[in-house]
Ligand binder design. Structure first.
Ligand SMILES: NC(=O)c1ccc[n+]([C@@H]2O[C@H](COP(=O)([O-])OP(=O)(O)OC[C@H]3O[C@@H](n4cnc5c(N)ncnc54)[C@H](O)[C@@H]3O)[C@@H](O)[C@H]2O)c1
Length: 397
């Protein structure tokens, strides 16, 4: 049953979590689109640690790579054609029937060696713009976490149509695949960019006015998730992520990952505008915890801000990073200011009290601690060649 959310904002931000919230991890089969990417790999790491028996990744490897996935698991690859087409007529199984049957089917196939592999993670290389690929990939899945996307404001300004095709058509394809295969739980990676320029904190009751094509395409995805909940009964949950940072982000062009890469390579870091623009930076493990809690709750048809309630300027991030780079790596962080980016908002942070109340979720990791862990990861795992090729990749964009 859908619980109507009533928000009192912004003075009283701290709610006590409800004691009745079920947050049990669904142990069935998970499909993670975009699973070879930054958040996907962190999610897989967490799910494996929690004992999820089967994970299927659908990714076209346009950004994420096999080697990224291999950092967190021993995945094996399966062809999309080897996944059997859903049977017409029995496709839209009832909620009650599907939950138990599907889980057993996948667990049985896996434990009986039906997939001829010892790895619980299967990579399927395919594109979410292809409806039949999505339909096949979602077969027998209990939970879909839809992360695959054209990410970020800049690429969407450069090519709004491509952004739309991946983020809107791709999301519709995944929702259709969920409907056709009888998958109930559908977690959609949305973004604070849906709201656009407004007086923060952002919260779920604000009327969205996206500034960038990226914000518009994510908002469209939220709209379809809502429609598939109300019309087709899919248990969709939209999570509007803040600015996510953390380990396994060596390919990202977000500010923390990019500045660490550039500083370690002796490059000058470019700050867009005066650096006093604010963002809500969330550590990836906290974010992944929100995804897991959303998947395990019985809340559906809802949207949540998933961030930290804290506003930090880019200049603050630079200060923290600069100190830590000096201490941990004896390395200076050199910066220069360049023009502001089209489509970027000035201030951005979120009120996350709804997520606390309905999902029993709150972030745990402070910014300085999160940056410290991220820097440690780069220092330990960031291969020099990767750092250099990532920087060359940025220059080519
Ligand atoms: N990282 C953040 O700060 C942030 C903030 C807000 C929202 N999000 C959203 O979270 C999700 C994951 O972000 P991320 O940071 O892990 O990004 P990422 O780029 O690291 O991962 C995205 C993955 O999707 C895959 N992909 C892209 N287009 C595809 C397509 N057409 N078909 C199949 N796979 C495709 C890429 O190869 C990549 O592995 C995205 O939906 C993004 O919009 C991220």
């Amino acid at each position: 049953m859908r619980e109507k959310h009533k928000l009192s904002i912004p003075e009283e931000r701290e709610y006590s979590p409800s004691s009745t919230i079920p947050n049990s991890l669904p142990r069935g089969s998970w499909l993670i689109t975009g699973g070879a990417g930054f958040i996907g790999c962190n999610l897989i790491k967490r799910l494996l640690a929690d004992g999820v028996p089967y994970i299927r990744v659908l990714d076209n490897l346009s950004v994420g790579a096999r080697k990224d996935l291999n950092r967190v698991c021993n995945s094996s690859e399966i062809e999309i054609s080897s996944l059997v087409t859903p049977v017409t007529g029995d496709r839209r199984r009832s909620t009650e029937h599907r939950g138990g049957l599907s889980r057993l089917t996948m667990a049985d196939q896996f434990s009986s060696g039906g997939f001829h592999t010892s790895s619980p993670v299967h990579l399927t290389v395919g594109d979410i713009r292809d409806a039949s690929v999505c339909l096949h990939a979602a077969k027998d899945m209990d939970v879909i976490v839809h992360l695959a996307a054209s990410t970020g404001v800049a690429p969407s300004v450069e090519n709004p149509r491509l952004d739309m095709e991946i983020n809107v058509v791709g999301t519709l394809n995944m929702l259709e695949a969920a409907r056709e295969n009888g998958t109930n739980r559908f977690i959609f990676a949305s973004s604070g960019a849906t709201i656009g320029e407004c007086q923060p904190p952002i919260h779920e009751e604000l009327v969205p006015h996206p500034v960038s094509p990226y914000g518009a395409s994510k908002l469209a995805g939220e709209g379809y998730c809502s429609a598939y909940y109300h019309t087709f009964g899919r248990e969709t949950v939209c999570l509007r992520f803040g600015n996510v940072y953390g380990p396994l982000s060596s390919h990202k062009s977000s500010v923390i990952a990019k500045f660490i890469r550039q500083a370690l390579a002796g490059e000058v870091c470019e700050i867009h505008g005066d650096g006093d623009q604010t963002r809500d930076f969330i550590y990836v493990e906290d974010l992944v915890d929100a995804v897991v809690k959303a998947a395990g709750s019985d809340v559906a048809g809802e949207t949540f801000q998933i961030a930290t309630n804290k506003e930090h300027t880019v200049n603050e991030v630079v200060r923290i990073l600069s100190n830590q780079l000096q201490t941990k790596a004896g390395c200076a962080l050199l910066t220069t200011n360049i023009g502001s980016r089209v489509g970027d908002v000035r201030r951005n942070f979120s009120n996350t009290s709804k997520a606390l109340r309905l999902l029993n979720w709150r972030p745990q990791v402070r910014l300085d601690e999160g940056i410290s862990r991220t820097l440690d990861w780069f220092l330990t795992n960031g291969q020099k060649e990767e750092v250099v090729s990532a920087i060359l990749g940025d220059l080519e964009q």
